[in-house]
Design a protein around this ligand. Structure first.
Ligand SMILES: Nc1nc2c(ncn2[C@@H]2O[C@H](COP(=O)(O)OP(=O)(O)O)[C@@H](O)[C@H]2O)c(=O)[nH]1
Ligand SMILES: [Mg+2]
Length: 328
């Protein structure tokens, strides 16, 4: 007997495949079960869903009992990307958040002032990017849920204070401590948070460049890490006006903005669609509307320096700031 799954179920299933957290997966599985028509043809699917739900419930129970290291915390993604700020105590994490976003975290000259993740939205040109400030990575104490937050971010910034004498130790220590919670900060890689050790694309950021000796320290870090991490510097005094910093964060998120245009009308330049770098015309169509992807006949494109309304095939790879007119 055919299962005849309703479209709502198929949509939920798609979201389930993309879901990042166990919590979200559990919620989606429950919704899938709820909207599944209950007849003979769906018995197998019902059973499969129930098995998965109970598996996730058990995991959740265990986590709650164990507490400690494996505690779970997940911050809902907003905007075009989620960037987590990590580093040793006093490295300038909260300062960076307050300079780049509307958030107002507590900033003090003593360590461990930030106990909960602080969230802020950073405006970059025509999009918003979510930044999360976190409590310190330290061998003295580490919030048990810290790993779970970093794991699901799209990008991490590893901050180190360039006026510290022990910067190299701090970089290596931070990486080691995070490895213990199954997070590997890596520079030039594709992200992979599915495996046991989550590999997170990371920018190494030297802070407090205004302080004495900071430039020399950065030079040293640059020589040692330039092949391993993208590198940036900041300071309270320069960051406000520094659009290059934001641009680099955007670049390392590996996303593009594409504007949609309805035939015969001017393009909508207010609200870009945000896609992964490497996305095609078909991916854009799917993002605009799932029917568009199926019905798409051709597309016309306007780009920064090449196209002015030419036709492009469905598998054409889009660039940042392309304007796309979908014909169905
Ligand atoms: N001179 C200087 N001080 C900074 C800079 N960034 C942060 N600080 C100071 O360093 C201390 C720790 O900063 P904070 O943002 O709370 O660090 P966190 O513990 O990593 O969140 C505070 O006293 C800040 O004012 C900077 O760029 N230059
Ligand atoms: Mg702080």
């Amino acid at each position: 007997m055919p299962a005849n799954l309703p479209p709502q179920y198929l949509e939920l299933e798609q979201s389930y495949r993309k879901a990042k957290s166990a919590e979200e997966k559990l919620r989606l599985l429950r919704e899938m079960l709820a909207c599944l028509p209950k007849h003979k043809g769906t018995e197998k699917i019902q059973a499969m869903l129930k098995t998965k739900i109970s598996k996730f419930q058990q995991q959740e129970e265990k986590r709650k009992k164990k507490g400690g290291r494996s505690a779970f915390y997940n911050i809902e993604k907003k905007g075009a990307g989620q960037i987590v700020i990590v580093g040793p105590p006093n490295s300038g994490k909260s300062t960076l958040l307050s300079l780049l976003t509307n958030a107002n975290p507590l900033i003090k000259e003593y360590p461990f002032t930030t106990r909960m993740p602080q969230i802020g939205m950073m405006r970059f040109e025509d999009i918003w990017i979510q930044l999360i400030d976190t409590p310190p990575v330290s061998s003295e104490y580490m919030e048990p849920w810290l790993g779970s937050i970093i794991r699901y971010a799209d990008l991490a910034l590893l901050l180190v204070d360039l006026s510290e004498t022990q910067v190299l130790e701090q970089i290596e220590n931070t990486k080691r401590l995070l490895k213990e919670v199954k997070v590997s900060l890596q520079g030039f890689i594709e992200r992979d948070s599915e495996s046991k050790i989550a590999k997170i694309p990371t920018i190494l950021v030297g802070t407090k460049l205004d302080l004495p000796k900071a430039k020399e320290t950065f030079e040293l870090i640059y020589q040692l890490y330039k092949d391993k991490f993208p590198l940036l510097t900041t300071s309270i005094t320069s960051l406000k006006q520094d659009d290059k910093f934001k641009k680099r964060l955007y670049w390392e998120l590996k996303i593009i903005r594409v504007y949609s245009k309805i035939p015969g009308k001017p393009p909508d330049l207010e609200e870009p669609y945000v896609l992964k770098k490497g996305s095609t015309v078909s991916d854009m169509a799917l993002k605009v509307h799932k029917d568009f992807a199926k019905k798409l006949k051709f597309a016309r494109i306007w780009s920064q320096n090449k196209y002015k309304g030419q036709k492009v095939p469905k598998d054409y790879i889009l660039n940042d700031k392309d304007i796309l007119e979908l014909h169905i």
